[in-house]
Design a protein around this ligand. Structure first.
Ligand SMILES: Nc1ncnc2c1ncn2[C@@H]1O[C@H](COP(=O)(O)OP(=O)(O)OP(=O)(O)O)[C@@H](O)[C@H]1O
Ligand SMILES: [Mg+2]
Length: 278
């Protein structure tokens, strides 16, 4: 990849964003959370989180380790259901529909709200089978040709196809870390999600692989609603249009990314972005 080009592109996008900073915030709300609490046994990890997540934009969650970012992210596709002793309260709606409705099919929900984790976790299967996995278990395609098409288009959307097109039958685990993470993104895309949750997707990657994923995230936001947890404030500033700052299980401040980083209202947010806490 030409890093020079990558940098120029990002700078241009930053300028575009600066000209219309509140644009993203005015978009339709895709995910709405109200008074969300999480307890792990007797310990309360989240205290009444209310936030609106706009469609076709990137929202970042920042804050010191242990403040509840991953816990909150997991609430959004009910991944906390799988954690013994975790209890979620409050309401979370996707397009106005309560995702904690007992009638709701959780497997289907997780196809609509995909997740990418900190460590790339491809299945011990071929590149092709990693991406085909979701469409197969959800019965999304009716023929081999259909499935081929979904696999190729998902790999393309994840910016990986050109690098792997000659070795689709080789193991996904044989790819580089950055390629594995893009494979995991392709796997999430293959079931046609509307929202993609990413929990520190670059923290195990080198700066070049990170830059590629950040560019990808920037492209994906044209069509998807993205939420990213990151420890890197530079990354939040580069890729997101909306930022939420968490501290000790509370949502302290949220707003247009630029405002959060240049003109935070809350003292704790100021301290965090100045590097005084965390
Ligand atoms: N499975 C669990 N069981 C019990 N407590 C948990 C569990 N997962 C998280 N916690 C606790 O909940 C709180 C929030 O943790 P969480 O992992 O959400 O924080 P985080 O902001 O993602 O931190 P980091 O930046 O280190 O990833 C912490 O006090 C943590 O110890
Ligand atoms: Mg975390």
């Amino acid at each position: 990849m030409d890093m020079q080009d990558g940098n120029v592109k990002m700078t241009q996008q930053t300028v575009d964003r600066a000209m219309n900073p509140s644009d993203a915030i005015e978009r339709t709300i895709r995910v709405q959370t109200r008074d969300v609490t999480v307890h792990y046994g007797a310990k309360q990890a989240l205290h009444g989180i209310s936030i609106d997540i706009p469609e076709r934009a990137v929202t970042s969650f920042i804050g010191p380790s242990g403040c509840g970012k991953s816990t909150f992210l997991r609430c959004i596709n009910r991944m906390n259901d799988t954690i013994e002793g975790a209890k979620v309260g409050g309401t979370i709606k996707l397009d106005g529909e309560d995702i904690y409705d007992p009638q709701l099919d959780v497997v289907e929900l997780r196809a609509r709200i995909g997740m990418v984790f900190q460590r790339p976790n491809p299945f011990p299967k071929s590149i092709y089978d990693n991406v085909a996995y979701g469409p197969r278990i959800h019965g999304l395609t009716s023929s081999k040709a259909d499935l081929d098409e979904v696999v190729v288009s998902s790999l393309r959307k994840a910016g990986l196809f050109e690098e792997v097109k000659d070795r689709l039958n080789e193991p996904g685990t044989g790819l580089s870390g950055g390629q594995q993470q893009r494979l995991c993104i392709a796997r999430a895309m293959a079931v046609g999600p509307e929202v993609i949750l990413m929990d520190e997707p670059c923290s195990a990657l080198d700066p070049i692989a990170t830059a590629i994923i950040e560019e990808l995230i920037d492209e994906l936001r044209e069509n998807y609603t993205i939420v990213i947890v990151t420890h890197s404030m530079q990354q939040a500033a580069r890729v997101s249009q909306k930022t939420a700052f968490f501290h000790l299980g509370n949502l302290i401040e949220e707003g247009v990314t630029e405002d959060i980083f240049t003109n935070p209202i809350n003292k704790q947010t100021q301290d965090y972005i100045m590097g005084r806490i965390g």
